[in-house]
Design a protein around this ligand. Structure first.
Ligand code: ATP
Ligand code: MG
Length: 268
């Protein structure tokens, strides 16, 4: 349910397995309220775009799902957030585990200043409490790189520094390095904003390939991207969800005037 504006997509989502569900989610930075009673249902195995004008709370919502907002110290949250049916706001939740289950990709690729191989194995080794056998690790590296369609380009230079890769390759690597610890949800905050159009299309193609196995929630300002690369769209305005619809529906027959205005570029 997405408040009284519930759309067909959200309605048809009823009964479908949810990757992410929030109810009455409110969030304050100090005394400033950034999210208001946000209810979202992100369906498993789909790509869902989070769209809306600058400052409407897209990053805040995304960051509340794996609780990285809390690092700030002055953030207060009420309501519920579930990832794969688990209440992530429960005090007993182990944050490292949560951030593996809900891995995050940022605007600018941020590989560690290590080799391609060590980037891919970093979380994996932390997770298992040390290095694995050479053959196990080779397998992990190959699988993750193949999943992000990067294996052929880099298989002969796995010891090269990741920071020397092109931006497109770095961003794909930043997605790949989440995979060895088996996330169910991938949270992406404008992952293509530092990329040229060709690299953007390549990353979009990758997202489309990853859907199914992973549930992807992606923030984008690029409406063409939202339209091309997502199954469903959530439109936010001033900290509230206005509309959640199947992408085609939202672009062809938006249910709210504000959605239509935004999509037509009248604001934001
Ligand atoms: N760390 C913070 N401390 C205080 N206020 C913040 C903080 N981060 C964001 N805000 C405020 O919360 C609101 C939502 O910000 P948020 O960054 O989530 O918006 P956004 O939709 O991601 O915008 P953009 O499209 O520009 O990235 C804004 O009014 C912003 O100024
Ligand atoms: Mg943002």
């Amino acid at each position: 349910m997405v408040s009284d504006t519930t759309s067909t997509a959200a309605a048809t989502a009823t009964g479908k397995a949810k990757a992410i569900q929030t109810r009455k989610l409110n969030l304050w930075y100090g005394s400033f309220q950034a999210l208001f009673d946000v209810d979202i249902d992100v369906v498993q195995g789909k790509v869902t775009s989070l769209i809306g004008p600058s400052g409407c709370g897209k990053s805040t919502l995304l960051r509340s799902i794996n609780r990285i907002n809390e690092r700030l110290g002055y953030v207060r949250t009420t309501g519920t957030i579930e990832v794969m049916g688990h209440n992530v706001l429960d005090p007993s939740v182990e944050l490292t585990q949560l951030r593996r289950a809900a891995g995050m990709v940022f605007q600018r690729p941020n590989p560690l200043p290590l080799s391609i191989r060590d980037n891919l194995l970093f979380a994996y080794r932390l997770d298992r409490g040390g290095k694995g056998s050479r053959s196990d690790e080779d397998e992990v590296v190959e699988k993750a790189l193949k999943e992000v369609l990067l294996w052929d380009q880099v298989k002969d230079r796995l010891l090269q520094k990741a920071t020397e890769l092109s931006l497109e390759e770095q961003q794909k690597l930043c997605i790949a390095r989440l995979l060895p610890v088996k996330p169910s949800v991938l949270l992406m905050d404008e992952p293509c904003s530092a990329l040229d159009p060709e690299a953007t299309r390549a990353v979009e193609d990758l997202l489309w390939q990853l859907r199914g196995e992973y549930s992807i929630l992606i923030v984008t300002h690029n409406m063409a991207q939202a339209r091309r690369a997502s199954d469903e769209c959530i439109f936010m305005l001033m900290g509230k969800v206005v509309e959640h619809s199947a992408t085609v529906e939202m672009f062809v027959t938006p249910k709210h005037q504000e959605t239509a205005d935004y999509l037509e570029g009248r604001f934001g």
